[in-house]
Design a protein around this ligand. Structure first.
Ligand code: AMP
Ligand code: MG
Length: 490
């Protein structure tokens, strides 16, 4: 094995942080997707990854020199209920690499067999969930949103039993780290303050080195995680992303989107939208994401209390002060982001109201969220560009009223129509991973046809470019194509 340089830090933490475990042997692995750009970023030769040796590494068949495979321990609140022991039940961390820009990145196999944390699960992943995560995580990266990445997808040649037998697959996932709010909760639940301090120091060194020099490093850590999540969730909302399972074990302290399960993008704008079949009460509905983010962060702050101050009341006061910054931070990121989508760069006093009016109009008129913003740039100047926007509205006259208010505001921008259009097209994607397209990819792939997957991957890698030959991928689902429920990634 050549060309791999592991530099592991998590595996050097105390034994109670993880379990050492070997990946399962796949029967007849074959590579179905390789992210060559990401390989290059990691300093791995993509041609080597396509060779049999590379496949042995990616599929977990051979442990590369320097790799120390582990499954990490964590706990978590699942749909509000605390589970003191979860952990990587179907994921094995091969190790860490320092990428070309000097950033430490985890390389993990998802779906590579049972671990001590598998509970009743088989430790496997079905092809559909692997392709969904590959597509959506790479689409998020192309949209400029912090996320774990997908280096490769492999079919194992084994079958996994779900409601029916499905092809098994492995996703090779790359992340800033896989440390979750639930990782902190694991040690907090055991009142293991030493471990909490070791973990917090590890996270500070790895993700927020500036916090080490703050007067109160652990308060600074909390502050930074709060900021990162407020910004991240605002970014999700701006592109219409619904995570679907915002349990505390699915919230990365590094501020990346992680654990793509029943995630989905909005078609029509409606904050109450839920796709996940396991989210029966809409806890993780599109519009609830900020509140749930803060709820999860509050659980994170609770784990840090013993580190924040000797006196518990002092510690609670510090935690509350930091948590209180979430709502204004999120609101600012959301409003300024929505204004940019409308072509407005500098916020004025009444702009927050404008944003709410636009969203209310979209909701009332069953308007496709992505298409509305993408087409709107064509209507900066009155004329032909209005019709494509109007036709998205159940009542097109509602669009006319909106054009009036919006154009009056654009005049204050003091930029040319061409500049405004250009800026809008740079933040309003033409292409998102629409649910019905993903379902199409999965259904073809389960029949052994990966052509649709390859095409969609290519389209989604350039979400802000007009791609006339792929215009159909912009379209929302027809009524019979509409996906009503997405299923957990298992
Ligand atoms: P999730 O909500 O999908 O992120 O998973 C929650 C927990 O269930 C984590 O501890 C996972 O490792 C575990 N898990 C999910 N699917 C499986 C599986 N097929 N086998 C073993 N553990 C699993
Ligand atoms: Mg998870």
């Amino acid at each position: 094995m050549n060309s791999l340089l592991f530099d592991n830090s998590y595996a050097k933490l105390p034994d109670r942080f993880f379990a050492r475990v070997d990946p399962a042997q796949p029967t007849s692995p074959s590579l179905i997707a390789l992210n060559r750009d990401l390989a290059l970023q990691l300093g791995i030769d993509p041609d080597w990854l396509q060779d049999p040796e590379g496949l042995d590494f990616l599929s977990g068949r051979v442990i590369a020199p320097g790799s120390e495979p582990i499954a990490t321990a964590y706990a978590g609140h699942q749909f509000g209920n605390f589970v003191p022991q979860l952990g990587d039940g179907r994921a094995i961390l091969l190790g860490e690499m320092i990428d070309r820009e000097g950033r430490r990145r985890d390389v993990q196999l998802k779906g590579a067999g049972r671990t001590p944390y598998s509970r009743r699960g088989d430790g496997r992943a079905a092809l559909g969930s692997v392709l969904r995560e590959y597509l959506v995580s790479e689409a998020m990266a192309a949209l400029g949103i912090p996320t774990t990445r997908s280096l490769a997808a492999i079919v194992t040649g084994d079958h996994v039993q779900r409601d029916r037998p499905l092809p098994g697959a492995v996703l090779v996932r790359v992340a800033a780290s896989h440390i979750r709010v639930g990782t902190f909760q694991f040690f907090a639940a055991r009142q293991d303050v030493d471990a909490l301090r070791i973990l917090a120091d590890h996270v500070i060194e790895r993700h927020y080195p500036g916090a080490a020099h703050a007067d109160r490093p652990y308060a600074a850590l909390l502050a930074q995680v709060v900021e990162a999540q407020a910004d991240l969730i605002a970014r999700w909302m701006l592109v219409g992303f619904i995570h679907g399972v915002m349990n505390t074990d699915n919230m990365s302290v590094a501020g990346e989107t992680i654990d793509y399960g029943p995630c989905a993008f909005l078609d029509r704008y409606d904050p109450s939208t839920v796709f996940s079949s396991i989210d029966q009460h809409g806890r993780y509905a599109f519009g609830n994401q900020p509140q749930i983010g803060l709820w999860d962060l509050t659980r994170f702050a609770e784990t840090l209390l013993p580190l924040l101050a000797d006196d518990e009341n002092d510690a609670i006061a510090i935690a509350e002060e930091e948590l209180a910054k979430f709502v204004p931070r999120f609101a600012k990121a959301r409003v300024s982001g929505l204004l940019r989508k409308l072509g407005i760069v500098e916020a004025r006093e009444d702009d927050a109201q404008l944003v709410e009016t636009v969203l209310a109009d979209l909701q009332r008129n069953l308007v496709d969220y992505t298409l509305f913003f993408r087409r709107l740039s064509g209507a900066v100047e009155p004329g032909a560009g209005e019709e494509p926007v109007r036709e998205l509205f159940a009542d097109p006259t509602a669009a006319d009223a909106l054009f009036g208010t919006w154009r009056a505001r654009l005049v204050l921008e003091k930029r040319s129509a061409a500049e405004i259009k250009h800026d809008m097209d740079a933040v309003n994607p033409a292409y998102i991973p629409r649910n019905h397209r993903i379902e199409e990819v999965i259904s073809d792939a389960e029949k052994g046809d990966f052509a649709t997957f390859q095409i969609l991957c290519g389209v989604l890698s350039r979400p802000f470019d007009d791609q006339p030959e792929h215009a159909a991928f912009q379209d929302p689902p027809l009524e019979h194509e509409r996906v009503r429920a997405t299923f957990c990634g298992t």
